[in-house]
Each structure stands twice: as structure tokens, then as C-alpha cells.
Ligand binder design. Sequence first.
Ligand SMILES: [Zn+2]
Length: 113
Amino acid sequence: MHELSLAENVIRIVESAALKARAQRVGRVRLGIGALAHVDADTLQFCCELAARQTLLADAIFEVEQTPGQARCNDCQQEVALEKIGFPCPQCGGFDLLVTAGEEMQVLEITVA
Ligand SMILES: [Zn+2]
């Protein structure tokens, strides 16, 4: 499962940040998932809870929010919002789009205790 390997990465990143900050445990993690990243937010949250067992994040609350997709349209030369891969340009209806944001995953915020 794609989400589980992402979740394991998240745990590793957050745990090493928490260790550097000499935290005893992590209370909350806010994640941003690009709308075009092919990641299911609920599944990712569940996988994070699984992967967090026996780490500093064992009791952490995971919040996953979606960040918008964006693309550059080569037909009308505009930066446009893109809901899904395969959708046309909302400005001109063209399909010559280059995705510029929304495929990434970010750790937005970590709350330690
Ligand atoms: Zn366009």
C-alpha cells in the first residue's frame, strides 16, 4: 500500500525532528496532501496511526488536510487551479497543462510535549 510507505516516511521525519528538539513525545502532526497526489487522506491518517506504534508519536493525533492542485496552461498561458489530473483548463478548456503544485506531501506542523 502506497499510503503505508508514505506514513512510515512521515513518522521517521517527525521522530527525528522531535528527537532533535529533545521532545518526550509528539502530540499532534498536521500533514498536507496535494489534491493531485493520489493519496487518500483517511487511509493516510490510519496508516500514520499504525506506523506510529512504539515511537514518540504513539499518542499523536494526525490531521491530514488537502492542499490545492495548480497547473500552468500552455494554451492560455495562465496559472490555474486544477482539481484532478485529466481535467481541462478552467479558463480556456485546453488540455495542455503542466502541473506546478498539488503532487507533494508536506509536514505542515508538529506539536511536541
Ligand atoms: Zn487555459
